[in-house]
Design a protein around this ligand. Structure first.
Ligand code: SAM
Length: 210
């Protein structure tokens, strides 16, 4: 995904502060960001937001929080939320490293990770969003027993994630090695998923709970 730097990005995001939190105004206060108090599901690394906006449209009784660290990319999600007039999606411009400072313990019911950056070099393993440091942050903000759902085209990252989640003691609920072979009706393809599937890559899927 090649996104140009947009010099007007922060002005645009400030104008839409009812949709995207750029100043950590809702730190430890996330339910106040939404119109209705409903279960909270989180996507980390929304990209351009096709997944989270479609999911929110299909499930109006769930609140969705998208976390994305790139201001030039998150603009595209804000645009979709405005266009689709979604009341149950809110965004935060945040590095997921700080997710458990931002969100109180036992707050969310599900976390989605879609096509997270693979960080293939061993010395960068700590940056992978399925590294045990991230798992412990997810465990803290999730209610007990709740799950993370992960999709990737990257076999190395998938194998690493299986090992990491297993070593953390998570319970695997579903593992699919070729998601598009018999694509579930409720699968929502992300931008990367469309791209990689179009190139003939297999899509790996897992769901695991704490
Ligand atoms: N999920 C989208 C998809 O499947 O099309 C985008 C995938 S893209 C490879 C990874 C996204 O995660 C990028 O938009 C990147 O800015 C974001 N990201 C990477 N590390 C992150 C972090 N630590 N916190 C928040 N977002 C992150």
């Amino acid at each position: 995904m090649r996104i140009r730097n947009k010099p007007w990005a922060m002005d645009y995001l400030e104008e839409h502060s009812h949709i995207v939190d750029i100043t950590n105004a809702y730190e430890k206060n996330i339910h106040d960001f939404f119109e209705e108090e409903q279960p909270l599901h989180i996507e980390i690394g929304t990209g351009m937001g096709t997944f989270i906006t479609e999911l929110a449209k299909r499930n109006p009784d769930i609140n969705y929080l998208g976390i994305e660290l790139d201001k030039n990319i998150i603009i595209r999600v804000v645009e979709k939320i405005v266009e689709m007039d979604l009341k149950n999606v809110r965004l935060v411009l945040l590095d997921a490293n700080f997710i458990s400072d931002y969100i109180l313990p036992d707050t969310a019911s599900k976390i989605y990770l879609n096509f997270s950056d693979p960080w293939p070099k061993t010395r960068h393993a700590k940056r992978r969003l399925t590294h045990q440091t991230f798992l412990s942050r997810y465990e803290s903000i999730l209610k007990p027993g709740c799950a993370i759902q992960f999709k990737t085209d990257n076999r190395g990252l998938f194998e690493y994630s299986l090992q990491s989640l297993n070593a953390y003691g998570m319970k695997f609920e579903e593992i699919i090695l070729d998601l598009h072979e018999e694509e579930p009706e409720d699968n929502i393809r992300t931008e990367y998923e469309e791209k990689f599937s179009g190139n003939g890559s297999k899509i790996f899927f897992l769901k695991a709970s704490f």
